[in-house]
Design a protein around this ligand. Structure first.
Ligand code: ADP
Ligand code: ZN
Length: 303
């Protein structure tokens, strides 16, 4: 029994066939071409999936479902993409019915961070946890919430959009219209933007960390401030959900120990209850293919 996992992203989309153990037996990546209609893009993805099915010689009857992970805001009740900032060509697109033109198996559809949380529960850092929050710190910030042994998806699949928790109302305006959202001040994008302003030239997120490591005072101060902002958001999630574990993934988490040490230190001093202060904080275990494994998990794992 196999599931297809489809991870829709702003620049590329990944398509994979995943078995019941979570092994990716075949995959393809396609550029997400926003110059064509999303229906045409779905046609290309469907063709790629049909090719994968043929190449792997699995019986079509063994494909038990398709899981789709996509950036929010979306509407899982209606099966639509709503208005993700990096997927403008897909706003209000009925993605589930578009895939139903090509396939008859059940289609599961959730936001990408929620799907990634389920992947960490299935195969990653949260296998043993009944209550955890998965946080991705990447282009933006998002979360998937797993509580009482189930995913918390919300009424339309948008629960966990923690990138828009207000952390510093004195900071600048976010795309959502609020001031000082978590992702506006602590995402990979935010790090590069703030550093570029300070240095008066374009700086990449990675370069900010390298400069800070080399003792650049301004960049070190920026990195410290960002790590503290990440700590603040983590404390808010711990106080809200009382999880056993936080799992942290996304490009910025690649920084590793310096980030995790700062978060653990901040949480150990500021979570309200003594148990919360000891919340385990672990890096995500699934890096490669996390998106498509998460999408396939929606088919293989009850949530
Ligand atoms: P996406 O947001 O498309 O899912 P990623 O999870 O890779 O992509 O996150 C991209 C962000 O993470 C970018 O801001 C990038 O600069 C940053 N990033 C990627 N790798 C690293 C790294 N090794 N160290 C620090 N930042 C990184
Ligand atoms: Zn916002």
């Amino acid at each position: 029994r196999y599931a297809a996992g489809i991870d829709i992203g702003g620049t590329k989309s990944a398509i994979g066939i995943v078995d019941q153990q979570g092994t990716v037996i075949a995959k393809r990546t396609l550029p997400t071409d926003q110059s064509v209609t999303p229906d045409v893009m779905v046609d290309r993805i469907a063709d790629a999936l049909k090719e994968l099915i043929q190449d792997t010689k699995i019986d079509e009857a063994e494909l038990i479902g398709i899981g789709i992970g996509a950036p929010g805001p979306l509407n899982t009740k209606k099966g639509t993409i709503v208005k993700p900032p990096n997927l403008r060509g897909w706003w209000d697109f009925a993605i589930v019915s578009s895939f139903e033109r090509h396939f008859t198996v059940p289609i599961h559809f959730e936001n990408d961070a929620t799907a990634a949380a389920l992947a960490e529960k299935w195969l990653g850092a949260a296998k043993e946890a009944e209550n955890f929050v998965y946080i991705t710190i990447s282009t933006g910030i998002g979360a998937g919430i797993y509580s009482h042994g189930r995913l918390i998806t919300g009424s339309t699949g948008n629960a966990g959009d923690v990138g828009h928790l207000v952390i510093d109302p004195a900071a600048g305006a976010c795309v959502c219209g609020q001031q000082g959202c978590w992702e506006y001040i602590a995402s990979g994008t935010a790090i590069a933007r703030q550093a570029s302003q300070l240095l008066g030239r374009d700086v990449s997120t990675k370069e900010v960390f390298d400069l800070a490591d080399d003792g650049h005072v301004q960049m070190k101060a920026l990195v410290d401030q960002v790590f503290r902002y990440i700590g603040i958001g983590c404390v808010t999630l711990i106080n809200t959900f009382d999880p056993e574990l936080l799992v942290i993934g996304g490009g910025v988490s690649q920084v590793g120990d310096p980030l995790f040490d700062c978060i653990r230190d901040y949480v150990s001093r500021h979570a309200l209850n003594p148990t919360g202060r000891n919340t385990l904080i672990m890096p995500a275990a699934l890096l490669q293919d996390a998106g498509l494994i998460g999408a396939a998990a929606l088919v293989h794992i009850p949530y």
